[in-house]
Design a protein around this ligand. Structure first.
Ligand code: FES
Ligand SMILES: [Fe+2]
Length: 448
């Protein structure tokens, strides 16, 4: 029997023995499997082929990602988002963004059931200490595992797509090219339907909105008087830049976690290994975040593999290069990332804005503003198309990860997640959105 950890002494009233069958032994391998025992969610997994079964709590404490989406690496369970690794006891033994000398904090450890045992071809868990040291013998009929519990709600507030404060903001609702003059487009925003018309160059909403405008090649709608400070995009008026929108994407994830993902650097080697993630640059050096009215800015120097640089193909520059990344955020969901390639000289700015359509639906708009790609003054159309296709592949990797999170919004209470050095942008996002939501309860600041 593998006694893993004492987490309590309560005898679960759900069964006479305190043991719960969770899966057939033959169905538990080196791919983590979600199970439920006594109303609690776990993953069961073999950390090496043929090894005994390990059972750990189901969610990574960092960003609450289900560990069923993780993988086994070197005898440890690795979270899919940022690569935190957990051993058979649930101890967090590696946080890659902290670097080789980093020490995971104790709060990074996972909970575990009191015991896990295989008997008669089944895996059994005892969530709490029980006086029955072994699970019951099979009685001839196969035991029935209980359903896997849904994710527990964070204890504090969560910023979801229907937060009332979102009334007071500009939201993208369409690309300008989706709305010709004399036409209309039906959109969903904050759980409601609107029709946006363009007539003789004028934009208006039906039912009436506080405002409808076109900016950066997108149509924006504000249901009520906006409180946020609009994002500035100097590249939009700079003739050295060419703009290219990706086809809008749709995600079942709320906008808050999508914005958090856009600001996150530590996930690159794990989520984007197939596109640009530099697999051996996992440490995220300390960086500063400068708070501003309604948002923040952060400048970071990063290493990356510049697979698009013709200088690499010609052998005049190394593949591994430096770039300066400038993140700009404006509440609620306007984000910009300016990537200045310090060796090759190109600039790529990614504008990322989100339309909170409904509680479980977000439309994602991404615009690339490009300058000097491949050293060209005029960037060939084929190069622009390739940049857009590459960014679509990157976005698809992010959206696939988000689809596994089962999130209802961004937790605003710091202790509901676990933040480390690399997460300063994510912490700033949570604080700014908490202020944005709180402004709804301060009517004296409504027009500030
Ligand atoms: S490592 Fe699990 S969510 Fe970040
Ligand atoms: Fe990403």
């Amino acid at each position: 029997m593998a006694l893993t950890r004492t987490v309590g002494t309560r005898l679960d009233p759900g069964t006479a023995t305190g043991w719960y069958p969770v899966a057939r032994s033959a169905d538990v391998g080196t791919a983590p499997r979600p199970v439920g025992a006594g109303g609690r969610a776990y993953v069961v997994v073999r950390l090496r082929p043929g090894a005994e079964v390990t059972a750990l709590s189901a969610r990574c404490p960092h960003r609450l990602v289900p560990l069923a989406a993780g993988t086994v690496v070197d005898g440890r369970l690795q979270c899919r988002y940022h690569g935190w690794q957990f051993n058979a006891e649930g101890r967090c033994v590696d946080i890659p963004s902290l670097g080789a000398d980093g020490t995971p904090p104790p709060r990074a450890d996972l909970g575990a059931p009191w015991a896990v045992e295989e008997r008669d071809g089944w895996v059994w868990l005892a969530p709490d200490r029980t006086s029955s040291l072994r699970p019951p013998r099979a009685s001839g009929t196969a035991p029935t595992p209980e359903p896997v519990p849904g994710p527990p709600a964070p204890s504090g507030p969560v910023f979801g797509n229907l937060d009332p404060s979102l009334e007071h903001a500009w939201h993208p609702v369409a690309l300008a090219r989706e709305l010709r003059d004399g036409g209309y487009v039906q959109v969903q925003l904050l759980g409601r339907n609107w029709t946006v018309h363009r007539s003789a160059g004028e934009l208006y909403g039906e039912p009436p909105a506080w405002g409808v405008q076109e900016r950066f090649g997108a149509i924006w709608l504000a249901p009520a008087e906006p409180r946020e400070r609009p994002l500035e995009v100097p590249e939009d008026a700079d003739p050295r830049f060419v703009a290219a929108w990706l086809p809008p994407a749709r995600s079942g994830s709320p906008a808050g976690p999508l914005a958090d993902n856009f600001l996150d650097v530590a996930h690159f080697p794990f989520v984007h290994a197939a596109t640009f993630g530099a697999s051996d640059e996992k440490e995220v050096p300390a960086y500063d975040v400068d708070l501003e009215a309604g948002g923040f800015t952060s400048v970071q120097d990063q290493w990356f593999d510049n697979t698009e640089d013709p200088g690499v193909a010609a052998g005049t520059r190394p593949l591994r290069q430096r770039r300066r990344a400038t993140y700009v955020y404006r509440a609620p969901f306007q984000l910009l990332l300016r990537l200045e390639e310090l060796d090759a000289g190109a600039v790529k700015t990614i504008l990322f804005v989100l339309q909170p359509e409904d509680a479980d639906s977000t439309r994602v708009y991404t615009c690339m503003l490009l300058s000097g790609i491949g050293g060209a003054t005029v960037i060939p159309r084929g190069v622009i198309a390739a940049e857009v296709a590459f960014e679509e592949a990157v976005l698809a990797e992010d959206l696939n990860l988000q689809a596994r999170m089962e999130s209802t919004g961004l937790p605003l209470m710091m202790r509901d997640e676990l933040h480390v050095r690399a997460d300063r942008l994510g912490v700033a996002l949570r604080r700014t959105l908490a202020d944005f939501a709180a402004a709804d309860h301060r009517p004296e600041r409504a027009s500030a």
